[in-house]
Structures are given as C-alpha cells and as structure tokens.
Design a protein around this ligand. Structure first.
Ligand code: AMP
Length: 398
C-alpha cells in the first residue's frame, strides 16, 4: 500500500487521483531509499512506474515551495514533457512548482517560469545550459538530481553537457541515476557523478519481453518489405499501432506508402520534424486522432503511450535492447499487445542476437495468402553454433 511508504497526505491524495492502488516493485524498493536521501543507481525498464518511483519521494522531500532544488535531465523533449507532467500531477495538492525546459521552442514561457520561481526543472541538457548562460537560473541550491536514461544520453552525445551541468551543482546533493545498461563508459560516469556506495536497484527484468505481448518475426525478401507491412496492417485488427523504422527517410517513405491507398490516419515522429509538429503528432496519437504513428527510435524509449495495441518493426532493430524497449510500448499495464517484426535475410544476425539477449527463440510466422516471392527464409534456419551471451549488467544487491 502507498500508505505504508511514509509519504505525506497531499502526495497520497495525488496518487489516489492518478488511480494507483498499489506501488509497483520499483516504487516499493526505491521510494524508501530516496526518501532517506541516499544516492541510487537504477537499471531501468520503462513501463514499470519508474517516473513516480522518483517523483513521489522527491516531492515529499521538497515539501513546500522554495528555491529551485530538483533537476531532472532527460535525453529527449518528449520524455522531458512526460516526466514534467508526472511532477505536475503528483504535486497537484502541494504548492510545489515544476517546469519543462527543452529546445525547439521559444525561450519566452520558459524564462518567465524560471523567473517566477520553480522547485523542479525537468530539462534536456542543451537548452538548460543556454538558460544558465543567459543567467535565467542558478543551480546553487540543487539538492537532488535525476539523470534519466543515461545510456540514451551517452548515445546522443549529451554526456559532456551533463558533466558541465553537474559541475555547476553543489557537491553535497542526492543523485539518482537510471540507465538500462551499464557499459564501462556509463559505469565510470556513475562513479564520478554519485557519492560512494549508492543503493542499487534493478527495475523489472530488462531482458524479458512482457508476458502480455505476443511477438513474432515475419520473414520476407527485402523488396517485399513494404508490401508485407501494408498487408499486415490490413489484416490486423488494431486500434493503435506504432511502426518503428531505422531511419528518418524510411519513416517518411513508409508514411507516404501507407497513406497512399489506405484509410488510416497516419502521423510521423522523428527528429527532423519541427518540435511543434512532433508534439502535435504525439498528442494526436495519444488522444486517438491518429491510428498509426511511424517513428524512429526517438519515440521508442520510455514514452508512456497507453493503449497501443500493436507495434510493428519495419526492420529488425540492430540493438537487441531496442527490440525489448520498442515492443514494451505495447502490452503495458497488464493489457494484451502484439508486436511484429519484418525480417529479411541480411537481418538474421540481428534477429539471432535478440534471441540470445532475451534467451528465447522468437516464432517465425507467415502471412496466409501473401504473394511471397521467395520462401527459403520462411523455413527454419539451421541450428547455429551457440555464441557466448553478451555480458549482463553488473548487479550488486543492497
Ligand atoms: P513509467 O514506467 O514511469 O513510464 O510508468 C508507466 C505507466 O504506469 C504510467 O502511465 C504511470 O502513470 C503508470 N503507473 C505508475 N505507477 C503506477 C502504479 N503504482 N499503479 C498503476 N499505474 C502506475
């Protein structure tokens, strides 16, 4: 029960309003540690209630409106917006204020919010540094920092900016560090950013696909990839589907292809699309105005889009963890979801690496009555010599 977690009444009221009845595993584990002021490393999986796991105890510790004391850094604008919304909703019955800072939009509202005084800033690193440079905020009084999706920040080249930001914060602070993987670069960064002996919590089972997701590969020759995905869409009884492509260009081309003869409402999300349109696309998809969203990996991580009934991968993701993240968009919060991945011959090594990663063979399926040109791929590949599994996340239990 949330009432066993020593959270103040005004926070419990917001939890009730959000409709959360029981804390998720990460919330039960992390909330006491964070309330206690300890540093934390979390191996995070999305959809596990991670955001509330840090937002609730932070709001409790901030207690009442004062100076800017909490900084949350996120790799993408969409994630920052989502996390800020959690802070606003879960802090609704307190007088705490939070604001969202990211690039791609004007400075006006952000500057005004910062000048009016906030307790929490949820930001992407680049724009935050711009505001610091303009003298719009100071990090002198920061008491808690959340570094979210750090592996993603590393991929996107943000770590130097994050380092600069951390250097401007007081040394004596609480740091909460979330990353799905812990390669040496990230481990080294964590050692630098956190105090000694942080608590460590593994959130969810990173390597597993939720039981509620029914997932399969659809092998096909690569020149039939577009036809097969369109046929899959036609034959699937979906309410909402996310289609992931590898590149922005593929996302644009596929959007045109799907729009051509089909009655679905389709939108596209990738980083070359202006921020205003990205927000509109995501909001429209969330509110059900678009049935299909075609996205690059930008949209795959962490975004909480409830009610996605299907996820289609236009290509097999090259990174096995991306597969788990992407198909984690569906089958959230105990609802059923389907995830289909188009597989062509050149992608077999990626498919096998995903199977090694999750420790299970993924079913190959054939679409009935589809005019397949070549069928060799459809036969089960001969058993290969097992390769060594990639190293697991270093795991220390408290
Ligand atoms: P996250 O992993 O933070 O992206 O959260 C995934 C979804 O679970 C969000 O829609 C949250 O609002 C929801 N959620 C978080 N905590 C709980 C809870 N204790 N009970 C039910 N839903 C929750």
């Amino acid at each position: 029960m949330f009432s066993d977690l020593s959270l103040p009444a005004e926070i419990i009221q917001a939890v009730d309003k959000a409709g959360y009845t029981h804390p998720t595993a990460i919330q039960a584990n992390a909330i006491p540690v964070i309330l206690d002021g300890q540093d934390l490393i979390g191996a995070s999986q999305t959809g596990t209630g991670k955001t509330a796991a840090f937002a609730l105890p932070i709001l409790a510790n901030l207690n009442k409106h004062g100076a800017l004391r909490c900084l949350v850094l996120e790799p993408t604008r969409e994630l920052a917006a989502q996390v800020n919304e959690h802070f606003e909703n879960l802090g609704e019955f307190t007088n705490l204020r939070s604001t969202l800072i990211h690039g791609g939009v004007g400075y006006g509202r952000q500057t005004e919010d910062l000048r009016n005084g906030v307790d929490t800033v949820v930001a992407t690193p680049g724009r935050l540094l711009d505001h610091i440079g303009r003298g719009n905020l100071s990090l002198d009084k920061i008491s808690v920092i959340v570094l979210d999706e750090v592996d993603r920040m590393l991929d996107m080249g943000f770590l130097p900016d994050v380092r600069k930001i951390l250097n401007k914060c007081p040394k004596n602070r609480q740091t909460l560090f979330f990353s799905a993987t812990m390669p040496p670069a990230i481990q080294g960064f964590a050692d630098w950013a956190l105090r000694e002996n942080p608590a460590e919590i593994e959130i969810g089972q990173r390597r597993s696909v939720p039981d509620t997701v029914n997932h399969a590969f659809y092998p096909v020759a690569s020149d039939q990839r577009d036809d097969l995905i369109v046929a899959l869409l036609q034959r699937t009884n979906f309410e909402s589907v996310m289609v992931f492509t590898r590149t922005k260009k593929e996302a644009d081309t596929l959007t045109r292809e799907i729009k051509k003869d089909h009655p679905y409402s389709v939108t596209t999300l990738h980083s070359d699309i202006p921020q205003r349109d990205r927000t509109k696309a995501l909001q429209g998809f969330r509110e059900g105005r678009y049935q299909v969203i075609i996205a690059t990996d930008l949209a795959a991580r962490g975004l909480d889009i409830s009610g996605v009934t299907h996820v289609f991968n236009y290509r097999v993701p090259e990174n096995a963890e991306d597969y788990v993240h992407r198909i984690g968009r569906t089958g959230r919060a105990q609802s059923e979801g389907d995830a289909f991945t188009i597989l062509s011959a050149d992608e077999l090594p990626f498919a096998e690496s995903i199977e090694r990663f999750i420790g299970k063979k993924i079913e190959r399926r054939k679409l009935d009555d589809f005019p397949y040109l070549y069928t060799t791929l459809l036969e089960d590949a001969p058993a290969r010599k097992k390769k060594k599994a990639p190293p697991r996340l270093r795991r220390r239990r408290r």
